[in-house]
Design a protein around this ligand. Structure first.
Ligand SMILES: Nc1nc2c(ncn2[C@@H]2O[C@H](COP(=O)(O)OP(=O)(O)OP(=O)(O)O)[C@@H](O)[C@H]2O)c(=O)[nH]1
Ligand SMILES: [Mg+2]
Length: 360
């Protein structure tokens, strides 16, 4: 603590000088009027104000008068300090996620459409980005033209296979998707329309009524049926059908999550000669479920996709999701319960039109 006396004409002048010298923290201890000067002469001079102030010397050591160069350096140091503080503050702020790129309105419309169709999100992103890159800059396009561009991109990605007509065809897939019905439709087509000798084998003995269902179809179409329980019996049944041009094998629907059952069935199929193995999936399947189905049925080495129940949905993303996720081509589409009707070959034109929401 330092005590100091100041002399001034009045309080205003005194305060100004105190602030100048000691800074704002100086505390006034006392002020009084005193004679204008020392000695006899002092009596003839006007009186002055004497102000006694105290200041904390630790906190408030006013720097001695600095030279202009020192002043400049101090200013620079202060600015640098402030700058460092700002940089530190900026660095400590949480980094905001990058803004999604802006999409042209005509593409936004298609993006929303594909989302409503339940197309796999990664695929939507790829399609929209490709369209963005291929569209002429700043020229707005009609829905018709942008739709045609999207149609082309969809067709490029859709995969279909011609009817190969393998002598052995096997139907696998989740429960209740229409495996048995689709098998019956194809069996009838081969037998009735193409005049082939067809044999049917079922290894569906898990579900009550499954064998009866197949027996009914067999009775209606007059096609021979074998029911088997083990891989050894399966090979025996195939042997017995050696006079047939085509053998269709139905399997029990496996819950997608029942991996043990799927592995068991895969064991059956491994013993067979090269065959067409159809993974049958309903068009009502969400892409998240399709991902699971595709992974879990992979051990069966399915090499064709059949999409059923197209008549039961308005969103057809599955048609392209299936090809994209499994990398396996589609072969048939079914759109009703009627045997042997309500089935057609999968073709890219029809599939892309369904996804685009066009009349087919
Ligand atoms: N709307 C419609 N129904 C179908 C279609 N295909 C099959 N179904 C019906 O779906 C139901 C199940 O068909 P199934 O052929 O028994 O199915 P699955 O896959 O063999 O069933 P599991 O053997 O129990 O796994 C039946 O009522 C069929 O008539 C189709 O394309 N459209
Ligand atoms: Mg069945």
């Amino acid at each position: 603590m330092r005590i100091k006396k100041f002399y001034a004409q009045d309080m205003r002048e005194g305060m100004y000088r105190i602030k100048e010298e000691l800074g704002p923290e100086a505390v006034i201890l006392q002020s009084r009027k005193v004679r204008g000067g020392r000695g006899l002469l002092g009596y003839f001079l006007p009186s002055r104000l004497e102000i006694t102030v105290a200041v904390d010397t630790v906190k408030n050591t006013r720097r001695p008068e600095a030279s202009p160069r020192q002043d400049f350096e101090i200013k620079i140091q202060e600015m640098l300090g402030e700058l460092r503080g700002n940089v530190r503050e900026l660095m400590s702020r949480p980094v905001a996620p990058p803004e999604p790129p802006e999409i042209r309105p005509e593409l936004l419309r298609w993006q929303e459409h594909l989302q409503r169709q339940d197309v796999y999100p990664q695929l939507i992103e790829e399609l929209i980005q490709e369209m963005e890159e291929s569209l002429p800059v700043e020229t707005p396009l009609s829905d018709e033209i942008s739709g045609l561009i999207l149609q082309k991109k969809l067709r490029k990605r859709l995969m279909t296979a011609p009817e190969k007509g393998a002598p052995i065809q096997i139907f696998v897939g989740p429960t209740g998707v229409g495996k048995t019905t689709t098998l019956a439709k194809l069996a009838a087509r081969y037998a009735l329309y193409q005049g082939e000798r067809v044999g049917i084998i079922t290894i569906d003995h898990y579900r009550i009524g499954a064998i009866e269902q197949m027996r009914t179809y067999s009775d209606i179409t007059g096609l021979p049926l074998e029911v088997v329980m083990t891989p050894r019996e399966l090979l025996g049944a195939i042997e017995r059908f050696k006079g047939c041009q085509r053998i269709l094998i139905d399997t029990a629907g496996r819950s997608t999550l029942n991996r043990a059952h799927i592995q068991e069935l895969a064991g059956y199929l491994k013993k067979l000669p090269p065959s067409e193995i159809f993974l049958v999936v309903s068009a009502t399947t969400k892409w998240q479920d399709l991902q699971l189905i595709s992974e879990n049925f992979r051990p069966m080495e399915f090499n064709r996709l059949i999409f059923t129940k197209l008549d039961e949905t308005n969103s057809f993303g599955i048609l392209i999701n299936g090809c994209f996720m499994t990398k396996v081509p589609a072969i048939y589409l079914t759109y009703g319960q009627s045997v042997p009707d309500d089935i057609c070959l999968a073709d890219k034109e029809k599939m892309s039109s369904l996804i685009l929401g066009e009349e087919v």
